[in-house]
Design a protein around this ligand. Structure first.
Ligand SMILES: O=c1[nH]c(=O)c2[nH]c(=O)[nH]c2[nH]1
Length: 318
């Protein structure tokens, strides 16, 4: 059998390690809750082809490394830096592992507002949205353990939005397949998937035993991985969506992406994937009511499937 087939790709690791970390500053607490996925590539072929487990860092150990770094990493509150720390830690510890792919998905915990203060409660939080922040890093040691490079893609998923006016859709191709009416006012709803990619960075290998000394060079793009970028990208998405007189999902998407690239010098490209979640005005002629003339349409049927699916990437010109 080995003459006709060969192993051409192999990657393994632990998926969806859930962790909540509390960082205490006296009575003032910060929390993060993550789902962490860590997948590895390297000289691991024999584990598949020769049943040789001696090259396997057990996925259970990968889970334990995740919890260890959640406890000791100074980077734990920032998902980009935490993901990079996991990747660099594993690559510097295991000489036969050459690439680490780490995904950190962060669910929302926001401080409960307290009357009379701006900062909110010291240790009480609420879930103020189902959208998640995510980070995907690929740490690459194929050029040597002292020459690590990393690509970082961050973004938002599952941000559900709807506007009940300020959206039209006209002037599209009309032919024998067309049943859709042109409309100058309609509901526009979508669940935003947004990702943005930073310029590739190089990372000096950590030198201390616990691998905590982990420096991202200034000006490498790392300086833009603060809360600011993520919350600004979310705010731009919401603001453009609300304010735009939308000619189509495509046209609104483009404006959102352009604004993120324009505002953030460290971001190379921005991608959106936007399902067009359709709401159909219920025909109420059966009871003598007009609910289909656009200005009279008030009762709508949400349609789960099918939906349009509009995606695009907007990149900085080189
Ligand atoms: O904004 C839209 N873009 C489309 O491509 C499309 N197609 C469609 O049927 N409705 C819409 N709406």
């Amino acid at each position: 059998m080995s003459e006709i087939s060969t192993l051409t790709a192999a990657r393994y690791g632990k998926d969806k390690v859930r962790v909540l970390r509390v960082v205490r500053d006296g009575s003032w607490h910060n929390i993060v809750e993550y789902y962490v996925t860590t997948l590895l590539e390297g000289d691991i072929d024999v584990s598949y082809t020769a049943a040789d487990n001696s090259v396997i860092v057990a996925t259970d150990s990968i889970k334990n490394i995740t919890y260890y770094l959640a406890k000791v990493s100074p980077h734990v509150l920032n998902p980009e830096r935490f993901a990079l720390h996991i990747g660099t830690h594993i690559l510097s510890k295991y000489s036969h592992i050459h690439k680490a792919f780490v995904t950190v998905q962060q669910v929302r915990w926001t401080r409960i507002p307290v009357d009379g203060t701006d900062a909110g409660h010291a240790h009480s939080f609420f879930r103020d949205g189902d959208d998640k922040r995510f980070v995907k890093v690929e740490v690459d040691a194929t050029k040597g353990k002292d020459k690590l490079t990393a690509t970082v893609t961050s973004g938002i998923t599952d941000l559900l939005i709807l506007k009940s006016s300020g959206s039209s859709f006209t002037n599209f191709i009309r032919d024998g397949y067309t049943t859709l009416q042109e409309v100058d006012d309609r509901i526009f709803s979508t669940s935003v998937d947004l990702s943005y990619t930073f310029s590739t960075i190089s990372i000096p290998s950590p030198s201390d035993e616990a691998k905590l000394e982990f420096v991202i060079p200034q000006g490498s793009g790392g300086d833009v991985w603060d809360e600011g970028v993520s919350s600004r990208a979310r705010k731009i998405t919401l603001d453009v969506f609300a304010a735009d007189s939308s000619a189509s999902v495509q046209a609104t998407l483009y404006k959102m992406a352009q604004q993120i690239v324009t505002e953030h010098a460290g971001i190379d490209s921005v991608s959106y994937s936007l399902p067009n979640k359709h709401y159909i005005a219920v025909d109420m002629k059966y009871i003598g009511l007009d609910n289909t003339t656009p200005s009279q349409a008030e009762v709508f049927m949400p349609i789960e499937t099918p939906s349009g699916l509009i995606s695009a990437t907007v990149s900085r010109k080189k």
